[in-house]
Design a protein around this ligand. Sequence first.
Ligand code: FES
Length: 106
Amino acid sequence: MPVIHFKLPDGTVKSIEGAVGTPVMFLAKDNGIDQILAECGGCCSCATCHVHVDPDWFPKLPEMSEDELNMLEFAEGQDDTSRLSCQLIIAEELDGLVVNVPESQY
Ligand code: FES
């Protein structure tokens, strides 16, 4: 299974195996990454699953939908590496993906 590396605000890294087809958000929630709130449950309507993707990985991700792009405007600290983790679906090609978890979602 692909491994996703979550860099937490305190500098620690949680490396977690995730099943292909699972949103990165659910992997985070199921493994106690509390900074990912995901209040809408993955419907792309809250922006509280915001992460910053490692710049080396960002270009390798599938393109954002317009919905994700619009919703990201509500994410605190949004920048060029921002994605919504509920919209990032684990795939074999994403084995080793590094995401930086923000300290706060608001
Ligand atoms: S969980 Fe709400 S936008 Fe991702």
